[in-house]
Write a protein that binds this ligand. Structure first.
Ligand code: MN
Length: 495
């Protein structure tokens, strides 16, 4: 996904009081900043300069236009001078796009020897931005506030995180996710209110009979399968039995047929992700393994067992991480290593981990699957790189959605796992295993997550703010006692 196709608008507030000369300088400074942000390598989207807004009408009209401009995913607002904030009420009341308040000023340093009252009149964001901030706070509007000089790398990094979150948020608006079959029977955390989700998040989830998919899968031609099998051979290290002429080659062809069918179904229906369940595979030869892995690799959201919330989250994370090194995948906390001093979580799924987090060339293998009662599924097997990562989960609390994030440190695998033929990751949760896992469970976090190597908790917090949902972070500084209180206090806040 090319995020440069998306725009954020750089909007500077002022008023007519200052006169033409000063307003000309305001416009020139704003243009310089917008241009510099647009050119900065940290900013993944296009930054568009907008003329200074100086009256309630100009503010209203600019925000109205931002709301209705499809490519505009958000607004960067800055008050170079003083912009009396009652002028902003009308515009902010209709604001539907994410907003970041850039609390900066044109000059980095005070020009000690030359500073006079003209300079003071032009460079007043130190108080102009407070007036604007009051109004957004008074109106209870969630936004990000970034303080710092506009050329400061930290400022750019914070704007980068916000812009990426806005891209993910924009992608959700009007997005469609396909659900094959229902939820895995009796599972709780993967359930949720799809009506509320559509109202809150902007995406829809609708169900499709597995038979509708099977029909498409069965319409795939041998020639299409030949081409995809060739791609498998070129991209992965194939298990000997899957090679042409060997006894399980037909299973590889069947896996390719399933991938092509799913891909066609998703493309034809303009879906951004899907979920399936091993309990409803009537007419399918295998549970989609390599298909789900590679479709995630192409940018589709996915989660198993009917988990549409995680599927949509994985999709949003993929959009947010576009162009960054590292990947994003569906993940499940599978099993623990409780060795004193070296506690670890082994993350995996039955099959479906995205190839974008693979370290090196994946192996393509076929093994029996204990559940589901279908033919042995083909899957990609790989390890994942060491380094900082996050796990994220959206849970439906009944009265609200909660986005829960745990910062983790992935570690390099220390052992071969010859009898575990699935893609897997090892990580240490922050602040430590005991606190991290206890806090996650106290917060009701799912066993399914979106796992990211290239996003941070900052991206996710900005994203939660845009959605207007609760955000709970388990990170390096988390204290279990404080964290539990935070959850209790949030309960009152969202009542
Ligand atoms: Mn699962």
């Amino acid at each position: 996904m090319d995020l440069k196709k998306l725009e954020v608008w750089f909007v500077t507030g002022s008023q007519h009081l200052y006169g033409e000369e000063t307003l000309k300088q305001v416009a020139a400074h704003s243009q310089t900043i917008a241009k510099s942000l647009n050119a900065a390598k940290q900013i993944p989207v296009t930054v568009v300069f907008k003329p200074t807004v100086k009256s309630p009408e100009e503010i209203y009209n600019t925000i109205l236009e931002a709301n209705t401009t499809k490519n505009c995913i958000g607004i960067i607002a800055w008050m170079h001078t003083f912009s009396p904030a009652k002028m902003w009420i009308g515009g902010l009341r209709i604001l539907q796009k994410p907003l970041v308040h850039l609390h900066t000023q044109f000059n980095r340093d005070i020009p000690w020897g030359t500073i006079d009252m003209d300079f003071m009149n032009l460079n007043q964001s130190a108080h102009g931005d407070r007036e604007f901030g009051f109004m957004m706070t008074r109106m209870r509007l969630d936004r990000k506030v970034v303080t710092g000089h506009w050329e400061d790398p930290e400022t750019l990094d914070q704007l980068n995180a916000w812009a990426r979150a806005a891209a993910g948020w924009n992608d959700w608006q009007g997005a469609k996710f396909a659900r094959f079959g229902d939820n895995m029977r009796y599972v709780a955390v993967t359930e949720g209110d799809k009506v509320e989700a559509e109202m809150k998040f902007g995406y829809s989830v609708n169900t499709y009979g597995i038979g509708d998919l099977v029909k498409v899968v069965n319409s795939i031609t041998d020639k299409q399968i030949d081409t995809l099998v060739k791609e498998y051979e070129d991209s992965y290290t194939l298990a000997p039995s899957l090679h042409k002429g060997k006894d399980q080659h037909s299973s590889l062809r069947e896996a390719a047929r399933i991938e092509l069918g799913l891909r066609t179904f998703l493309e034809d229906g303009n879906f951004k992700g899907f979920t399936d369940t091993f309990e409803d595979l009537h007419g399918m030869a295998q549970l989609p393994g390599i298909a789900a892995q590679r479709l995630m690799g192409s940018g589709y959201g996915f989660a198993g067992e009917g988990d549409w919330k995680t599927s949509a989250l994985v999709r949003a994370m993929k959009v947010m991480g576009s162009g960054l090194p590292g990947g994003n995948s569906f993940m499940e906390d599978y099993t623990y290593h409780f060795e004193p001093g070296n506690n670890l979580v082994l993350g995996a799924h039955m099959l479906e981990i995205c190839e974008s987090i693979a370290n090196g060339k994946p192996f393509c293998e076929i093994h029996p699957l204990g559940i589901g009662g279908k033919a042995d599924p083909v899957r990609l097997v790989f390890n994942s790189a060491a380094g900082p990562a996050i796990n994220a989960s959206i849970v439906d609390m009944g009265n609200r959605f909660r986005l829960l994030v745990n910062e983790v440190e992935a570690v390099a695998p220390t052992h071969d796992l010859p009898k575990l033929p699935v893609a897997r990751v090892l990580w240490k949760p922050y602040p430590d295993m005991k606190t991290g896992c206890s806090a996650w469970i106290q917060a009701g976090g799912a066993h399914h997550t979106g796992y990211s190597q290239n996003l941070t908790s900052e991206h996710m917090r900005d994203f939660a703010d845009m959605a207007g949902i609760e955000f709970a972070l388990i990170g390096k500084k988390t204290d279990l006692y404080q964290f539990r209180n935070e959850l209790r206090w949030n309960e009152a806040y969202y009542k």
